[in-house]
Design a protein around this ligand. Sequence first.
Ligand SMILES: Nc1ncnc2c1ncn2[C@@H]1O[C@H](COP(=O)(O)OP(=O)(O)O)[C@@H](O)[C@H]1O
Ligand SMILES: [Mg+2]
Length: 318
Amino acid sequence: MTAIHSNKILFVGGKGGVGKSTSSAALAVASARSGHKTLVVSTDPAHNLGDIFHKEIKHEKTKLQENLWGIEVNPERESKRYIQGVKDNLQGLVKSRMVEEVHRQIDMASASPGADEAALFDRLISIILEEADQFDKIVFDTAPTGHTIRLLTLPELMSVWIDGMLERRKKITDNYTELLNDGDPVDDPIYEVLQKRKEKFTAVRDIILDSRQTGFIFVLIPERLPILETKQAIKQLAQHALHVKTLIVNKVLPEHADGAFLEKRRKQEKNYLDEIDYEFKRQQTIKVPLFEEDVSDMDKLSIFADHLSTLLKEDAAK
Ligand SMILES: Nc1ncnc2c1ncn2[C@@H]1O[C@H](COP(=O)(O)OP(=O)(O)O)[C@@H](O)[C@H]1O
Ligand SMILES: [Mg+2]
């Protein structure tokens, strides 16, 4: 499996609060620092990339520093825009008497489970397909584990969804052909639009599944639940042929932390670190110490980035 330094696209996942956004930002900073044009994208509705960089990051590329740009994708906004886009797209294509029925179908579809994710994924797709040429590295800061897995496995789901739509379209078209009864089958350009979307999904799926292009990193902390969840997630992703190559073990008690209380915690932590070594033999792991304070400014982020920079070097040891 290719090491992540050579991957253009990196997905950073993990449980809420373990340090995904911090790690994504730090990886992006490390990459930008080494002269690579880098884009960091947040797909977590609980955005904090902007807080980390102390800059408002918009839904379009925002320059953060030399070689570094950021995007925050807002799923709700994307969902609305997506639905409107679909409607606009169809406006010119659908015979006027069909518009109402088509809109009704779209609204129904937009309320169905997974629609927000579909919209989010749509944005993700365009970022991957449109920005990949412009950047050396794209880091995705993703939502907590469950959402991310759903998101990454969405191309499969979407195919099913689109197939359903295609089928429904076909039925309606057949009905209209019958209704109008002028012998000619009704043209259905929507069918084509849906088919094109399906092709786009497939293109992105191919990129995500290619371990030379895309790498998956999980962030965890040395505690029981994050370890369990990470194990679970790695297994689940593997079922979809997505392989997590790298683990960032964050908030490890530093050597110099002293006191009887911390000593006790360190003992417990040792067990968990051993467990991590044992459970995740197939992953490259990198440890980042717990800082005295939150990683809330560029100085601290820069130190965090130092800890991750070996991940981006060619000779990164396994
Ligand atoms: N190594 C660390 N030492 C101290 N604080 C950290 C460390 N890593 C992350 N944090 C802090 O933990 C909190 C959660 O981190 P964040 O990156 O937002 O997590 P997530 O994106 O996984 O929800 C933030 O306040 C962040 O500054
Ligand atoms: Mg976050």
